[in-house]
Design a binder for this molecule. Structure first.
Ligand SMILES: N[C@@H](CCC(=O)N[C@@H](CS)C(=O)NCC(=O)O)C(=O)O
Length: 319
């Protein structure tokens, strides 16, 4: 006897919704309104005291797909720190839901093991980017917003481009203001859309995200970068979210009012940064697609990875 379709749908929906709610509550912390709450990064040392600015002493752990890690790769490239700060590129492990090392280091196969090697009993998240001190085998910092500041200012004696200052004092107020709004509504805003656990939380995040993108579009009509005519850390921080937007956030995270290629000014701005020396090489579109669609299981349980969308706006340079 055939099972009535309505029964299959009702049962499937009820079971799936319950499992989804359990998974999301574990993987994406939320407040009482179902709004995603990103946990704070726990390692916040600077390059001072025991951490002196020696070349080839520190190692950056990153993954190609992660927008926060990508910020550090862009600053490392722009400053010309490739020969003084080494990197380890981690692989997203879809089954374990974490980062795997390409080959064992200090007997560790995963980033989580490395975090615990340095800090036995650590119970927090093992995130990239992470700046590691090879001299003391300790974690210096795992907050991208701070790692980019460190790379911008602390290794100038060992940088090919020490003259490039991505955080000039004169622009500090404007930089801080942009960083604040862009973090809330764009960098973390796309995650607030994708990880929202109520309709109201999603609607709010979506509205705020596109209000900021509209505001950025207006600003870029009269200036090259967010704070005027100089590239700053605020642009780097925005860029790594924008470059992923049409690839993954527009679809997987339901950030779908417009794409980046529908904004003339923002599109030209992303294209300009993409072509700065060394930046193109930090953008790996295939891995971004694979990791987001493959690893964020509760958002894509079927596991099908879409084709690369048309990203030709990046290469069709208008200038
Ligand atoms: N606040 C951190 C966030 C970094 C972060 O969330 N990284 C993600 C990848 S996009 C991660 O490593 N997640 C692994 C986990 O949460 O276990 C930063 O900006 O550095």
């Amino acid at each position: 006897m055939a099972i009535p379709p309505s029964w299959i749908i009702q049962t499937g929906r009820s079971i799936w919704t319950q499992i989804w709610q359990v998974m999301m509550s574990q993987l994406a912390p939320r407040n009482g309104r179902g709004e995603y709450q990103r946990p704070q990064s726990e390692f916040r040392h600077r390059i001072d005291g025991i951490y002196s600015p020696q070349p080839n002493r520190y190692r950056l752990y990153v993954g190609w797909s992660c927008p926060w890690a990508h910020r550090t790769l862009v600053v490392r490239a722009l400053k010309g720190l490739e020969n003084s700060i080494d990197i380890t590129i981690l692989r997203g492990d879809a089954n374990a839901g974490g980062w795997a090392l390409p080959e064992p280091e200090h007997g560790c196969k995963t980033l989580a093991q490395l975090y615990r090697l340095a800090n036995p009993g650590y119970t927090g998240r093992s995130t990239v980017p992470m700046l590691w001190d090879t001299q003391t085998n300790s974690i210096v910092n795992n907050e991208s917003a701070e790692i980019v500041e460190i790379l911008n200012s602390e290794f100038n004696d060992h940088a090919t481009h020490p003259e490039l200052d991505l955080s000039p004092v004169a622009l500090q107020d404007s930089l801080d203001r942009w960083n604040e709004v862009i973090y809330q509504t764009v960098n973390n805003g796309v995650y607030r859309c994708g990880f929202a656990q109520t309709q109201t939380a999603y609607d709010k995040a979506h509205t705020e995200l596109f209000a900021t993108l509209d505001r950025i579009e207006d600003s870029l009509a009269t200036q090259n970068y967010l704070c005027g005519d100089l590239l700053t850390l605020a642009d780097v921080r925005l860029f790594t979210t924008l470059i992923r937007f049409d690839l993954v956030y527009h679809t997987l995270f339901k950030c779908n009012r417009r794409r980046i290629q529908d904004y003339p000014q923002i599109q030209a701005y992303v294209q300009k940064i993409y072509h700065l020396p060394g930046v193109t090489q930090t953008c790996d579109f295939a891995t971004i697609l694979q990791d987001y669609y493959g690893n964020l299981f509760p958002l894509n349980p079927g596991g099908i990875v879409p084709k690369l969308p048309d990203m030709s706006y990046l290469v069709a340079r208008g200038d």
